[in-house]
Design a binder for this molecule. Structure first.
Ligand code: AKB
Length: 316
């Protein structure tokens, strides 16, 4: 039986991944930790977690020792837009947090899941069918921490045999916890604006095409990767995973099929637009298919239908 520790459990991925892990392995076997407190009203009811700053190595070590965990889902990280605003803090949390996790995993024999991102690519990367192995010269600080994180995870695997595995996530769409300062956040905000106001002011250009994924797929991918047969993994840190790829204009058109009076205007944020312009449009995820059977379940139409239904119910 696995005993799991989740860092960053109050974040956008963390809230849903923690719940899915508790459903699968039992609540007693999944310890959720978080640092950046959201108001309780923004978390699911009865969401139990411990306060832990991943930069605090002794506290992290004590948590791993006390819980006797054998697997760490290390989600604590600052996202791309907020990392541009607070680069020193982003480096501290994303890099020092990760190396603390890897060190404690090395000394206590834990496996580690690390979420990388499309942000790990840059303007020199092939934009369409972005290969699993390709040029990675990101220009955002977030992206630099993600490439460095991938390399560090591979280093701990090759040098010390720590079972590290990771995914390059696209922009993630969800309704249970809001994202906190990413470039792809428009693809979440737009649904709330559509349901509440029938209008959205988009901060990315109408034709900005990016890979996206619905949260149930993102959660399933992390669990499936961590359960995969280690011997079959040729790549580890990190696998490209794709589900759908669209522009703000295409997303708005899909929403309009359900809400015909919905309109969008564009007020571009130059920082987030520059980041988005440097990211790939669509990744090739054939290595994930071949090595551990990855397959997305949600396309654009299914995601939009579910998001609108869930948000409409929660607003009533
Ligand atoms: C962000 O926009 O920063 C994240 C990501 C794609 O990694 N959602």
């Amino acid at each position: 039986m696995k005993k799991i520790l989740v860092t960053g459990a109050t974040g956008q991925i963390g809230v849903e991944l923690t719940q899915a892990l508790r459903d699968k392995y039992g609540a007693a076997y999944v310890v959720a930790t978080g640092y950046n407190h959201r108001p309780a009203s923004e978390l699911p009811q009865d969401f139990i977690f411990y306060r832990l700053d991943v930069r605090d190595a002794p506290a992290l070590k004590k948590m791993v020792k006390d819980t006797q965990c054998d697997t760490i889902f290390h989600l604590a990280s600052l996202l791309s837009a907020v990392a541009e605003a607070k680069p020193m803090e982003a480096w501290d949390i994303n890099m020092n947090g990760l190396i603390n996790v890897l060190e404690v995993a090395r000394t206590h024999g834990c496996a580690v899941f690390f979420p990388s991102s499309i942000g790990a690519f840059g303007p020199g990367t092939p934009s369409f069918n972005t290969p699993q192995e390709t040029i990675q010269r990101p220009q955002s600080l977030y992206g630099i921490t993600k490439v460095s994180g991938e390399l560090l995870c591979d280093y701990y695997f090759h040098r010390y045999g720590v079972d590290t595995r990771g995914l390059r996530y696209p922009g993630l769409i969800s309704y249970k916890a809001m994202p906190g300062g990413g470039t792809t956040d428009y693809a979440v905000d737009i649904f709330y604006a559509a349901v509440k106001n029938r209008h959205y002011d988009c901060f990315l250009r109408t034709d900005t095409q990016l890979d996206m994924m619905y949260m149930p797929d993102a959660v399933a991918a992390a669990i499936k990767l961590m359960e995969a047969d280690s011997a079959k993994l040729k790549h580890r840190n990190a696998f490209n995973v794709a589900a759908m790829s669209f522009t703000p204009e295409q997303l708005a058109a899909e929403i309009q099929k359900h809400l015909p009076d919905f309109t969008v205007s564009y007020r571009i944020d130059p920082v987030r637009q520059a980041i988005a312009d440097s990211w790939p449009r669509h990744m090739d995820d054939s290595a994930a298919h071949a090595e551990w059977g990855w397959q997305a379940q949600y396309d654009l139409a299914a995601t939009v239908k579910d998001m609108l239904e869930q948000i409409t119910v929660s607003e009533q």
